[in-house]
Design a binder for this molecule. Structure first.
Ligand SMILES: C[S@@+](CC[C@H](N)C(=O)[O-])C[C@H]1O[C@@H](n2cnc3c(N)ncnc32)[C@H](O)[C@@H]1O
Length: 365
């Protein structure tokens, strides 16, 4: 049943998930789609001790930072968080967020690489569906509701065209006929072709970065960094298809990922969260006669909690940690006593949303 309790709010700041934060009552309230300076009423969605999550109900006074969102679904879709303000302001929120997270770690100035465009960039979009309820769209993890997004603007044009087709006359229901009642579907563009993939973890059998041009800018940062390094052997953890390290000037390379989809070269298929993973990677490297002096890692949001053990095992001189969740990045590098953080980059891979990539370049003392 829907929670009906209403709450007055006045937004004072933004949190790291792109939600406005209000402290008008004895509880801290997080409200998506609001901005500092907004005043109004919100409907409580969930609450626990000291904290409420609420949905914007009506605005009595609008923040000076507000603009009219360019997406017709912005108010109801849970996927974009910042289209009600300018891109410059969005980047500023992201930078402030990263700065705050790194406040306890000595770090150089954050270098920001803005997105080359704010919309029409995703080469793949995952939607959720419920056939019984005839619902297809973005899922809100707070209450599992599905918001339709037939006129979404976040995907590449080819992906958006396919999304239109799926919505037209509920065509998706015909395609989903042999699929489970509820699930997810990925609409993706690969090598100029658009595909639709039902209920698979990754549409093309493995992970690929969602924003091609920003991926290139990220790789350029890694190339620039590695060009300054003496001859090196490379260990690439959470390597996917070897995307990040393929163009680096290594002598030898070992790529490790849970999926084995690296086109060529040394590859180990290994669950890196398994207790034996460090030992297995070490054995593999010994078998190859390779000692890595450079480590590149790009884990999922959960990060690599025992990164300190990996670093003390291999003692790489240089490390590039690419992270899609700065919280786990900070958690993982905080305990490192033998490394200095020499460069910190915010690369805006996911404009319009609160997500971004962070790259931390570390050097052994
Ligand atoms: C953020 S992606 C990075 C991939 C790659 N570096 C790239 O740029 O395309 C994270 C990668 O971690 C892999 N992964 C997820 N869970 C894993 C696990 N338990 N063990 C090893 N790899 C895992 C995924 O397959 C995915 O390729």
């Amino acid at each position: 049943m829907q929670h009906q309790r209403m709450l007055p709010f006045k937004i004072q700041s933004m949190d790291s998930l792109g939600q406005g934060v209000s402290k008008e009552t004895d509880k801290i309230t997080f409200i998506a789609k609001t901005l500092p300076g907004d005043i109004g009423m919100a409907r409580i969605v969930s609450e626990r001790k000291g904290v409420c999550f609420a949905k914007l109900q009506n605005l009595e006074e609008a923040s000076k930072l507000r603009i009219k969102p360019i997406c017709p679904h912005f108010e109801t879709c849970p996927s974009c968080h910042y289209l009600h303000t300018t891109y410059e302001q969005e980047l500023e929120f992201k930078k402030q967020n990263l700065e705050k997270l790194f406040c306890k770690i000595p770090h150089p100035e954050i270098q920001v690489t803005p997105a080359i465009r704010r919309t029409h960039y995703r080469n793949r979009i995952q939607l959720h569906y419920h056939q019984g309820k005839k619902q297809l769209g973005m899922i809100d993890l707070k209450d599992q509701s599905i918001a339709p997004i037939a006129n979404c603007i976040i995907g590449r044009d080819t992906v958006l065209e396919m999304i239109h087709k799926l919505y037209k006359d509920d065509f998706w229901l015909t395609l989903a006929k042999h699929e489970p009642m509820q699930g997810h579907v990925e609409i993706y563009e690969l090598n100029g072709e658009v595909g639709v993939s039902w209920n698979k973890p990754y549409a093309q059998g493995g992970f690929t970065q969602v924003f091609d041009e920003m991926n290139q800018l990220l790789k350029n940062q890694l190339i620039r960094w590695s060009e300054k390094l003496p001859t090196f052997n490379l260990l690439d953890l959470f390597a996917g298809n070897g995307n990040l390290s393929e163009k680096l000037n290594y002598s030898n390379r070992l790529c490790v990922d849970i999926y084995n989809n690296v086109p060529a070269g040394n590859f180990l298929s290994q669950d890196l969260y398994d207790d034996q993973s460090l030992k297995n990677v070490k054995n593999k490297l010994q078998g190859l006669g390779v000692r890595p002096s450079v480590l590149v890692l790009d884990p999922p949001r959960s990060g690599l909690k025992n990164m300190d053990q990996w670093l003390e095992e291999f003692k790489p001189k240089h490390v590039a940690y690419v992270s899609c969740d700065p919280h786990t990045l900070v958690r993982d590098i905080m305990p490192l006593k033998n490394y200095n953080l020499i460069e910190l980059h915010l690369i805006d891979f996911f404009p319009s949303t609160f997500h971004f990539e962070t790259v931390a370049f570390l050097e052994r003392k």
